[in-house]
Design a protein. Sequence first.
Length: 415
Amino acid sequence: MKKDMVVVGAGMVGISSALALQKRGYQVTLIDKSPPASETSFGNAGMITPSSLVPFNNPTIMRSLPSFLTNKGTGFRYNARYAFSELANLLKFLACANPAATNQRIHALYQLIERSTELHRQWASASERQQLLRPIGWLKLYRQQASFEKSKYERAILEQYNIATTLLDNTKLAAFEPALKPIYMQGLHIEEALSVASPSELAKCYFDQFIALGGEFIEASVNHLGREQLGFKLRLDSKGEQQTLLCEQLVVAAGPWSKALLTMLSIKLPMIFERGAHRQFASSDGPALKHAIHDVDGSFVASPNATGIRVTCGVQLQYHLAENSEVQLDLVTKNAQQGLAIDQPCISQWHGARPTLPDSMPVIGQSSIKGLWLNTGHQHIGFATGPGSADILADLMQGVTTDNNNPFSTTRFKM
């Protein structure tokens, strides 16, 4: 079976890529081994916020290295064997934390988030699901004054980019978010952030647009990926049924699965895996949480949704498909119960991996193989940046943008 354009990966980034290309006139087939938005995009905390412009590997990371190396933290842990296997990429990750490189990356990420946020609004409105985007901002919370002082670098960046924030002391916090227990010394309300009522539902509404406009979806695993004279050959397995697909142009937008797919084409993607998880708790009696929060000292994000509160833990550097660990989830559950009225049982939980590249920026553009395009490596913010990165990809395919003015180009990793 011959197709013009195939996109592999039906998370937020892949769905967005398929929809953006379709809107530019391409006939697109979308492929994933799982139903749309049921993997990494499902596990997302559900924030679309300009504050995500500050990458984790910024100049302040050096002062945290000693505590990271103890491997006992709540927010960050690592599997020693995996970390050693990725030592070269981890050293590049740290090397990118210098001020000059960080300033360049911050500017690129700011523009990507701005572009993406506007498209989120447009696409949600086109699906008549704009109510899923709650324009109420989100809260960064600090239990200790020392933790707040450590956020000075980030706050300066937000001010530099005119990202509106409001400082709230413990008295103002009590009035602003009554669901919080009185353990927080300071809060920072990031006013322009969008909180998503249901991350998977938002991604699915973009998927429904794609199908309604004539797109095709195949739920199947890609067991083999090879080159043909005029394109690519994909061998698919759909519940035991084998199928061969040929295409002229191929987009790999499969998040953490992208690395293994590209290996089939002898392309080495320098991707690091950060495994994370969340727990969903039923609503409790008392004031309902109105805003998504990031408890900096407690190392968790909590966001309200239709069925209660989702609590998301930090990450562990770990093999992509490693056995699930409950350690960080157990720790942040206790921390969340200190700050919020979480007294109902856990009703579900999710484990998965976030795909991170050494400079904490996605790779968007054509690879060294003609017709092979990449849109992957969005680390923690792929849900927020999916539409914007898809729009950049479409511009590159149509020659509107070139690699000379694309900070996310594949050329920076010689792929």
